[in-house]
Ligand binder design. Structure first.
Ligand code: HEC
Length: 100
């Protein structure tokens, strides 16, 4: 019976830990995806302009236009449809719109 307690505790705590973990993920996802896929050209704040990248803080493109651009690429900007799923593209586009 003594050995039973840690196991019972682990079983009780595990779901709680799992439930707590995804909570901060939704707002972070777009930011993390941006850091991994976009920042190397656009910079963490959207203003870097490396490789001819446009300043995202000055972009007038709406979510629709950005989704198209990120999905299909344009000029020197690569297409991301092989790396990112449509929900991930939506998340990274939403994040890019917060860069002002
Ligand atoms: C290899 C460098 C590179 C990477 C990585 C990159 N971009 Fe770009 N981006 C560019 C270039 C270059 C342009 C200008 C394209 C053109 O008009 O010819 C551009 C343009 C844009 C524009 C249009 C801005 C405007 O109004 O003209 C948006 C929005 C954008 N990028 C978002 C993103 C997002 C979001 C990601 C990550 C998923 C990303 N980019 C990754 C190089 C890059």
């Amino acid at each position: 019976m003594k050995n039973f307690l840690p196991l019972a505790a682990a079983l009780l705590l595990a779901p709680a830990a799992q439930a707590a973990a995804p909570a901060p993920t939704p707002p972070l996802t777009g930011k993390v995806l941006y850091a991994r896929n976009c920042a190397r050209c656009h910079g963490p704040n959207g203003r870097l302009g490396l490789n001819g990248a446009h300043d995202l803080t000055k972009s007038n493109l709406n979510a629709f236009g950005r989704t198209y651009l990120v999905t299909n690429g344009m000029g020197k900007m690569p297409s991301f449809q092989k790396q990112l799923t449509p929900p991930q593209i939506a998340a990274v586009v939403a994040y890019s719109l917060t860069l002002k």
